[in-house]
Design a protein around this ligand. Structure first.
Ligand SMILES: [Zn+2]
Length: 424
């Protein structure tokens, strides 16, 4: 159980949580650190107490913001570990074609797919690009996401990649959501470099990284069939490391292409997708401490019937995280609630694993383990009061927004009790 923090002025106090998911196994029952009749207190935006209401006796109960959860469940704010938030246009027609049987790789070969979004993103005005990304970020927040990783990768020129990261920097200032920016200039070799792949990678290394790295925390590459090879991905990541970025990798989504092994070898913070992952690859990821970011919305919508091999990852002791993969091609959703549900009903996770993966696991996948994604002393006071009595509702009560109130850093930023203008 968390010990009450020093008595002093609180700026946030929540009581009446019928079920409080702390994410801190030391604070309550089971892997979720579950507390019945829980309370959370915060000062300076950080949790000073998360535990049974009864443990609050030593703390002064005056706080600028007081919430009564009214017996509903409270979970840590969701962390979305993988999004492609900045893009223009949409690909609803390709989605419909896929429902009629056209494959994702076929669409890519026919001039659709990522290349099409790259053309539309380059053509968009700054205002259009920013407004569309801001709208998606606001939707994510309204659904309980308080920290979100977001990639560039639809620009694929120095200017357009930098522009996407500048959009993210502005959104980070304007929105309550903590935005984690990733440089994904290696999303694809752009069409104009199809005959000169090394020429593009030279440009990326010589010009794009110096321009973009100051605006990013992570470097990522799409290491897969039809995208970058293992050696090309290695080159990009190692160049990113020289600019002080940490590594992520789109790995083993479309086949066993060596991405998982590369992510482990390079000590990437996360390897994402992993629809193909054997025991050896899983052991390598576990040994490297690389988090597996599962994207169940994407695997569900690709309609191949394949999900990441959760039992293999579990057996190897790989830590799991969830992300929406929010993008116009393979999964257009900002809802981590939906991802928790799909991770359970399609992906084979237990509800407890899925909730942990959407919070603490995802926090680790974006380099913020212990700082966000759990309600424990010292962590950011980011939480969601659910419109339900149990965290199980996240897997069970489908297709509705269960985020009744969203709190970021001890302030109500969305849902019931949010002040107008508190959101983005
Ligand atoms: Zn992705």
């Amino acid at each position: 159980m968390s010990a009450p923090g020093p008595a002093g002025p609180l700026d946030f106090l929540l009581t009446g949580a019928g079920q409080l998911v702390t994410g801190d196994p030391a604070a309550g029952e089971g892997p979720l650190g579950l507390v019945q009749r829980g309370a959370v207190a915060a000062a300076g935006g950080r949790v000073v107490y998360a535990g049974p209401e009864a443990g609050l006796a030593d703390l002064g109960l005056a706080a600028a913001t007081r919430l009564d959860a009214g017996g509903r469940a409270v979970v840590p704010g969701f962390v979305d570990a993988h999004t492609h938030l900045v893009f223009a246009g949409d690909r609803a027609d390709e989605f419909a074609a896929r429902l009629r049987g056209v494959g994702y790789e076929e669409a890519l070969a026919a001039g659709g797919g990522i290349n099409r979004t790259v053309r539309e993103t380059r053509a968009a005005t700054d205002a259009t690009l920013e407004a569309s990304a801001a709208g998606r970020l606001a939707t994510a927040l309204a659904h309980g996401t308080t920290t979100l990783e977001a990639k560039s990768g639809y620009g694929l020129t120095t200017e357009d990649e930098r522009r996407s990261l500048e959009v993210l920097a502005r959104l980070a200032r304007l929105s309550p959501v903590e935005v984690v920016p990733t440089f994904l200039g290696a999303h694809l070799i752009p069409e104009e470099y199809a005959a000169d792949r090394d020429g593009y990678l030279d440009l990326l290394e010589r010009e794009m990284l110096p321009a973009c790295a100051p605006l990013a925390e992570f470097v990522d590459a799409f290491c897969d069939r039809g995208a970058l090879t293992v050696e090309e991905s290695r080159r990009v990541l190692e160049a990113g490391f020289r600019h002080g970025l940490r590594g992520k990798l789109h790995a083993n989504e479309l086949g066993s292409t060596g991405g998982a092994t590369l992510a482990a070898e390079l000590g990437c913070v996360s390897a994402d997708h992993l629809l193909f992952c054997d025991q050896q690859e899983a052991k390598a990821l576990a040994a490297a401490g690389t988090v597996a970011v599962l994207l169940p919305g994407t695997s569900f919508l690709l309609r191949t019937g394949r999900a990441a091999p959760v039992q293999v990852l579990r057996d190897a002791g790989v830590r799991m995280a969830l992300g929406t993969d929010c993008n116009p091609g393979t999964c257009y959703s900002e809802s981590m609630q939906l991802m928790v549900a799909l991770a359970c009903v399609h992906g084979g996770l237990t509800p407890e694993e899925a909730v942990l993966a959407a919070t603490d696991g995802a926090a680790r996948a974006v380099g913020r383990g212990g700082r966000v994604g759990r309600l424990a002393p010292g962590a950011a006071c980011d939480l969601v009061v659910l419109a339900g009595r149990s965290y199980l509702d996240l897997a069970y009560h489908l297709g509705v927004n269960l985020a009744a109130t969203v709190v970021k850093g001890g302030a109500v930023v969305a849902g019931e009790g949010a002040r107008p203008g508190a959101g983005p």
